[in-house]
Design a protein around this ligand. Structure first.
Ligand SMILES: Nc1ncnc2c1ncn2[C@@H]1O[C@H](COP(=O)(O)OP(=O)(O)OP(=O)(O)O)[C@@H](O)[C@H]1O
Length: 232
């Protein structure tokens, strides 16, 4: 397998007159936790959909561990879309059974441990869950997969602050040494900052700034400060 988890070269995607991604070139080595950061509409979700093969770029090349994204790379990637929902009539327990059957690399024991850690009652129907409870269910369905690439699009949205802290703690434990490559998009910069090895700031579908989190902090300050200065 390629040493690069993700490789994009000259990737452009337009929706009508709007360029969501503009000749984006990016390389992400294996085993890194990378914050994909930027203001609303910067192109983060579009990038993630392209990496999962759900959206095709108009131009450019994309590789996930050296392979073009598509159904074959599903075995390599766990993806949490933004605004992810589960079937209202199904319990979390049923979601876990579905995941065991259909999601490559799904580890049911890990899912149960995560549910306990996140304090999620598996007997609840998704339709009866609060937004934050459903967000936890969707996140644990991803985290319980043994795959080399996790893509988490705004995993903390709708989750209260104490639970966010706990989820970040579970992410740190889950990722650990020799863990998967993780791409996380979030607007909770302050809380998520300790997770990142690297950060990529997208503005208008282009990389405005990228580098190791440590180096960025040394040169430019916190992720929040960088975001504010990029948007000035
Ligand atoms: N299916 C679509 N049809 C039309 N326009 C789209 C579509 N998907 C994305 N866009 C546009 O492309 C741009 C980038 O959107 P994208 O969702 O990738 O941004 P984002 O960085 O994830 O934003 P946010 O932080 O608000 O989630 C936006 O201007 C958006 O309106």
């Amino acid at each position: 397998m390629s040493e690069l988890a993700v490789q994009l070269s000259g990737v452009t995607k337009s929706y009508g007159a709007k360029r969501a991604l503009d000749a984006l070139t990016l390389e992400i080595p294996r085993g890194q936790v990378v914050g994909i950061l930027g203001p609303n509409g910067a192109g983060k979700s579009t990038l993630f959909r392209i990496l999962t093969g759900l959206t095709r770029p108009d131009e450019g090349t994309v590789r996930i561990f050296g392979e073009a994204p598509g159904w074959r790379t599903n075995r390599l990637v766990a993806y949490l879309p933004d605004r992810a929902r589960w079937y209202a009539d199904h319990t979390a327990e049923q979601a876990l059974r579905w995941a065991e059957t259909f999601l490559p690399g799904f580890d049911p024991a890990a899912a149960r441990r995560l549910a306990e850690f996140m304090k999620l009652d598996l007997r609840m129907r998704a339709g009866d869950m609060s937004r934050g409870q459903e967000a936890r269910l969707m996140l644990l369905l991803c985290l319980a997969r043994r795959v080399p690439l996790l893509i988490l699009d705004e995993p903390f949205t709708g989750i209260d602050a104490p639970s966010r802290a706990r989820i970040i703690e579970s992410l740190v434990t889950h990722i650990g040494e020799d863990g998967p490559t993780v791409l996380i998009s979030t607007h909770e910069l302050h809380e998520a900052e300790p997770l990142f090895d690297h950060a990529v700031f997208l503005v208008d579908g282009r990389v405005a700034l990228a580098g190791s989190a440590e180096e960025l902090r040394r040169k430019h300050g916190s992720m929040n400060e960088i975001m504010v200065s990029l948007l000035r």
